[in-house]
Ligand binder design. Structure first.
Ligand code: AMP
Length: 205
């Protein structure tokens, strides 16, 4: 099962992806997570990516596509994978099509005007990556591993606007691209986390 999760920043891709990966026993490949890990470890990819991520811009395609190609070539992807955050523009989608064929693309559809509050209220665990929101999380410790939660630098208001603009200009056109290929399914992302997941499971069967 080769799945792509599409959706604007803050649509809930990461939250849904963790659950989908467990249910269908496929690796969750988040380019954002891979970049953050590389930045933390100070690798050459991390050094190249940091400036772009801090500004809310896309990391150049050549860096991103090579990183994803390497990841998809690993043995655990042989029977399927769940892509989250890649592709993010038409060029990346064409590059992906050269190396792999997606079965289903799920678009988590949200009201763009609700996203700024969703993103700036997000808190994440720097250790295990679990994500929370200030409206439902009353303390600052991760429920899974107890680590103190942080706000991602690029979730701060100054960067969020440019991330949303990048989404509209570069990533949103992928909805039409995959719709034309007949593999796009849309779920309503304005529901509760459990209901969104329920709809995704119905789509995937
Ligand atoms: P995310 O965690 O998916 O919101 O990604 C965080 C940041 O990582 C994005 O704002 C981009 O700067 C960078 N990034 C993640 N995925 C990609 C991609 N497919 N292409 C280029 N940049 C990316």
């Amino acid at each position: 099962m080769k799945i792509l999760l599409l959706g604007a920043p803050g649509a809930g891709k990461g939250t849904q992806a963790s659950q989908i990966a467990v249910k269908y026993n496929i690796p969750h490949i988040s380019t954002g997570d891979i970049f953050r890990k590389n930045i933390k470890e100070g690798t050459p990819i991390g050094l190249k990516a940091k400036g772009y991520i801090d500004k809310g811009q896309l990391v150049p395609d050549e860096v991103t596509c090579e990183m994803v190609a390497d990841r998809l070539a690993q043995a655990d992807c042989a029977n399927g994978y769940l892509l989250d955050g890649f592709p993010r523009n038409l060029f990346q989608a064409e590059q992906l099509a050269k190396i792999s064929t997606l079965d289903t693309v799920i678009n988590i559809d949200v009201d763009l005007s609700a996203l700024e509050a969703r993103i700036t209220g997000r808190r994440v665990c720097p250790k295990c990556g679990e994500s929370y929101h200030v409206t439902t999380k009353t303390d600052d410790k991760c429920d899974k591993c107890g680590e103190t939660l942080i706000q991602r630098d690029d979730d701060k208001p100054a960067t969020v606007q440019s991330r949303l603009e990048v989404y509209k200009a570069q990533t949103e056109p992928l909805i039409a691209y995959y719709s034309e290929k007949g593999i796009l399914k849309t779920v309503d992302g304005m529901q509760s986390i459990a209901d969104v997941f329920g709809d995704i499971v119905k789509v995937l069967g």
